[in-house]
Design a protein around this ligand. Structure first.
Ligand SMILES: [Fe+2]
Ligand SMILES: [Fe+2]
Length: 184
């Protein structure tokens, strides 16, 4: 619970969980699945809820569409690691879940008074999240699999990189359109 109704971009960015690379590639995969499922089930559905509440159903649909693709990413990797089960909740994922919970009330309040600010920040954060994944985190996962001659896994990570890049582009376009509509 926060004292004043304020939401900064950084506060929303704290809701991003970074997948962790481990020396053990199975652990890298487990962290990947944990984070992708968090994005699919918690983070992007929450962003979609904000957008719907703020009166932007199309943006809500976009966040839900991306959530569905994050789910797919986890499924692609699950197909290669059949006995992975439910991965342990990562430390950073739990931290992100807590951060999301902390700002939830303030977001709801702020959506009533300044919906545009919340939506702009959510889209800006979504772009940062996707960029970090496709430019930094998942290329490293891909290269780790490649170095171990695990082509199947590296191919999946490459498909994920391409998909996250597309997510970043969609959110870029959505933010540009949103700002233009707000200025009109
Ligand atoms: Fe993803
Ligand atoms: Fe994504």
């Amino acid at each position: 619970m926060l004292n004043n109704t304020e939401i900064t971009e950084e506060m929303i960015f704290q809701c991003f969980a970074a997948a962790q690379q481990s020396e053990d590639r199975g652990e890298t995969a487990a962290s990947f699945i944990d984070v992708e499922e968090y994005e699919a089930q918690i983070m992007y559905p929450e962003f979609a809820r904000w957008a719907a509440k703020a009166g932007h159903p199309k943006l809500a649909t976009l966040f839900r569409k991306v959530a569905g693709e994050e789910k797919l990413h986890s499924v692609w990797l699950r197909d290669l690691y059949e006995d992975i089960g439910v991965p342990e909740r990562g430390e950073d994922t739990q931290r992100a879940i807590d951060a999301l919970q902390t700002i939830r009330e303030n977001c709801d309040e702020l959506i009533k008074t300044n919906p545009q600010a919340v939506i702009e920040k959510a889209l800006t954060v979504a772009i940062r999240v996707e960029e970090r994944e496709y430019l930094d985190i998942y290329p490293r996962f891909r290269d780790q699999a490649k170095a171990a001659n695990d082509d199947k896994t590296s191919d999946v990570y490459q498909r994920v990189v391409d998909s996250e890049r597309q997510h970043a582009e969609w959110f870029h376009t959505a933010l540009t359109d949103f700002k233009q509509a707000a200025a009109a």
